[in-house]
Design a binder for this molecule. Structure first.
Ligand code: GLU
Ligand code: MG
Length: 458
């Protein structure tokens, strides 16, 4: 960021001022997501937005190794980073009157992008994809469990805000105003809701939003979850995005939909491969499938993630792909005939919302690019629930379980040259420090304790 860029950013912020004033905005929250998947923030009065745009807002680098419990794995006493709002994404918040929000990019004081900046890595991944001549679209599905808010300490018993059958309309009836307010707030913020519905577990809902460019999809994901949180508070509720809200229930996934495009041609439709796959689309998918164990350290990065990632919970616990197979980690979604050109995509189901979405889209793109570079091909698709096959049959078909612990996926990530090269030394070591810190924190803990400790933090 040079002097001209700083002057432009300040000018742009000043030009936005009348519109922000007209909508009563007094404060702007600048968020980034740390390596534990927690959205952290600093806010500036709207008067200071031009200065924040030009010079950034100070923040310690210590957050790069913060664990979920706010304990840092490295000292943050020395050093300063600058949070710069992405003004193009500035959004007036519908459920926090007087507030606006913008995702932040983190720079060093020298004006260069901080090497530990997760959003910066996502932008770099998109550039690398563009160098190969492709673009991508992504969308994150958000599942959450609404609980009764009470004045008790974190981690205490959980009381679902709504009961009734899974996917039952009764749940929408009993929380009609709440669900409407979530959808309306998102729409007022310019987020296009595709659908919203009650999910399987007591208190659980899900919202799907339209696909966007990968960085935009990660930004939307942050905004959607913070909006759900804000609307929940206004209704006297609390939202949990944790992989497991109660140890023996069905968890919250954070499925990622991804499609790759050559101009306006979707690589997941109209090809002569299986189910309309193009060769390039297949190679990209194969690069992801092959690296799923390592990708889990980014997309299922909590000890609690592995309480969710079990067979027969639609969490995608097997390292296989399949057409519309909800027990496959990679589900190929073609959409109904007539919509395929624009609708076909890959859905990675094994991930959850403890992931940093910027790191996750970046890692998926880097894995896909490695598949493209190697002309990788996909094995046979799986069209059954792998849990229903015998051990011998799974072995015969080469069906493997995904890692069953954060320990295993962290080891796979550390040993993966493609991902660690792409992340660079700084992010790789930060990510590994945070994963190992969480593993150590929960060593010997029972599922109930893990679930209680992580229920409300993400
Ligand atoms: N809640 C499931 C999960 O943990 C996903 C259910 C669905 O397929 O929507 O991923
Ligand atoms: Mg769902």
């Amino acid at each position: 960021m040079d002097d001209a860029a700083r002057a432009d950013a300040a000018e742009r912020a000043r030009s936005m001022r009348p519109a922000l004033d007209a909508r009563g905005v007094r404060l702007v929250a600048l968020t980034w997501v740390d390596n534990s998947g927690i959205t952290r923030t600093k806010a500036v009065p709207v008067d200071r937005l031009d200065s924040a745009a030009a010079w950034g807002v100070g923040a310690s680098p210590c957050f790069d190794t913060f664990l979920f419990n706010d304990i840092g794995m490295t000292s943050g006493a020395v050093g300063d980073l600058r949070l710069h709002p992405d003004l193009g994404k500035l959004t007036v918040l519908a459920a926090q009157p007087g507030w606006a929000w913008a995702p932040a990019d983190r720079y060093g004081q020298d004006g260069a992008v901080h090497p530990g900046d997760q959003r910066g890595l996502a932008r770099a991944a998109v550039r690398r994809l563009a160098e190969r001549g492709y673009t991508a679209k992504a969308a994150f599905e958000v599942e959450w469990v609404a609980g009764e808010a009470r004045d008790n300490a974190d981690g205490e018993d959980f009381r679902p805000a709504v009961h009734g059958p899974a996917y039952g309309h009764a749940r929408l009836v009993s929380r009609s105003d709440y669900v409407r307010d979530v959808a309306v707030a998102l729409a007022d913020q310019g987020v296009a809701v595709d659908q919203i519905h009650p999910e399987y577990s007591p208190g659980q809902f899900e919202v799907s939003v339209a696909a966007a460019d990968p960085v935009g999809a990660a930004d939307d994901y942050v905004l959607v979850r913070e909006t759900i949180r804000a609307v929940s508070h206004r209704h006297g509720l609390r939202a949990s995005f944790a992989p497991k809200v109660v140890a023996d229930g069905v968890g919250n996934g954070g499925h990622v939909h991804l499609s790759v495009w050559d101009g306006d041609h979707n690589l997941y439709s109209g090809g002569d491969g299986r189910f309309g796959l193009t060769g390039k689309g297949e190679s990209f998918a194969a690069g992801i499938l092959e690296r799923l164990p390592a990708l889990l350290a980014i997309g299922a990065p909590s000890v609690a993630s592995y309480l969710r990632l079990v067979p027969q919970h639609w969490a995608g616990a097997f390292a296989v792909w399949g057409l519309e197979n909800r027990e496959a980690a990679l589900r190929l979604v073609t959409g109904p005939a007539g919509s395929r050109e624009w609708a076909a995509n890959l859905e990675a189901k094994c991930f959850d919302q403890t992931a940093n979405p910027y790191l996750l889209v970046a890692a998926l793109i880097f894995a896909g690019l490695a598949g493209l570079a190697a002309d990788a091909t996909l094995p046979d698709p799986v069209d059954v629930d792998p849990a229903l096959l015998s051990d011998e049959e799974r072995q015969r078909r080469g069906i493997r379980r995904l890692p069953g612990s954060l320990n295993e996926s962290t080891a796979a990530f550390a040993a993966d040259p493609v991902l660690t090269d792409a992340f660079g030394e700084r992010l790789t070591s930060d990510v590994l420090a945070v994963r190992r810190g969480e593993i150590e924190h929960f060593a010997g803990a029972a599922p109930d304790e893990i679930v209680a400790a992580l229920r409300w933090v993400h």
